[in-house]
Design a protein around this ligand. Sequence first.
Ligand code: SF4
Length: 518
Amino acid sequence: MGYKPVWEANKEKLNKMEIVKLQKDGLDIIEDIRDNFSKNGFDSIPAEDMDLFKWAGVYQQKPKSDGYFMMRVRIPSGILSGEQARTLAGIARDYGRDLVDITTRQAIQFHWLTVEQLPDIFDRLAAVDLSSFEACGDCPRTIVGNPLAGIDPYELIDTTSLVKQLSDTFLGNRDFSNLPRKYKISISSNVYNAGHAEINDLAFTPASKVINGEEVIGFHIWVGGGLSARPYLAQKLDAFIRPEEVVEVSVAVTEIFRDYGYREKRHHARLKFLIADWGAEKFLAVLKEKTGELETAGDDRTIGWNAGYFTGVHKQRQEGLNYVGLSVPVGRLDANELEELARLADQYGNGSLRTCNSQNIVIADIPDASVPALLKERALERLTPEPKHFTAFAVSCTGNEFCNLALVETKERMRQLASFLDENIELDEPIRMHMIGCPNSCGQRNIADIGFQGALVKTEDGMQAAFDIFVGGTLGLEAKFNEKLKGRILAEKLPHVVLQLVAFYKEEKQEGESFFHF
Ligand code: SF4
């Protein structure tokens, strides 16, 4: 049994899920799946155990009665080897009907899995040092970061080993497997905020400070960000964290969330609600009771936001090497494509692939002389480094194809909408569009230039899919969530309405104005 919250004495106030977690630690479900449910089948799984499947990184797929699951695999900072990518492709081919989705947290998602297949999938992942465990559930999830860590000309320090260290600290650690709610961490030293810091529960962004006459490179720390129906941007604490302090400080922040976070209502349990009530100053004071004194904040080194996009051929920090960012429309690949990317990464580079929170992928470490041949490869016709404008910047959540919470279909709709705009209007700048199927905002609608949130409306012909439209979201120096436009648009009318909106922007915008300022 793992950690029992200080709330145990106050059981009558806990929400239903908290009671389930008091009976059984979420991590226990992994052995139950191996030893029991995979042998006895879907119908043998009690409802309260099904709730804990998330700790194994597994959710029930829609419709629940069909007995299929989706699985998320953690890819810390998005960094994958060719061997790992081939293993993922093999799992998709053997069990997941060939589908591979890249999520907005750099994870890989499979669908169509059965409980009987899960132990073999766990083993195949473990054999290449990957895991789905705690990719979901009330625990520290995949740590997102700079997909270019180690090769990035625009990062102050290589965060690869820090992310690994922190990931290893939390993964399977029963001190942290019963948090009040999901818990998302971002670590990046990229000056263009590649880790989307402000929408994480805990984030580290690049900073520097002169200490004893010497410039030290480290991090600023942000807490309490998160999306869903009540979105919050993270607040910066007045602290400068040296790289060697990141693990200790992260553990302390997580302990505070575990012990003081709210457990009465599920929709009011994320760290953001505690931070909103306490404020940054009180939170920092409690943090320092655990860590001891911390340096006050230094100089922020973030200078903008790249939104996680790296398409095209770019120079690495290593002389003579390049990374090639490829567009993966709405994040969906098939098993053959992923396997082919692994082959290309091996043949032309050193096997390194990187998944991005923009749902795209990067092949790294390509010598100058090998770039032209790589660009001629057939796989890069669809997964192109030079995508059309709207397709390049289109993000989508899973939607009602597989998600039980979805009100509408999103992935194919977003792909078609982007393609329609590409055919009908030209712009000389990107417009980032995100589509989600419900207010939970897995597709990060709130940070899009144009966000679409699905809903159902009553019409004479019955209930129909429709979308609320939001405009003007951004992260980085001027971070703010997008704002809702009046009216709700029937899905069938969405392409023409969005075309009009973009055309209006194109005609009316002033010199130097971006969609965000419009
Ligand atoms: Fe499902 Fe809603 Fe998340 Fe989309 S945003 S994947 S519909 S929960």
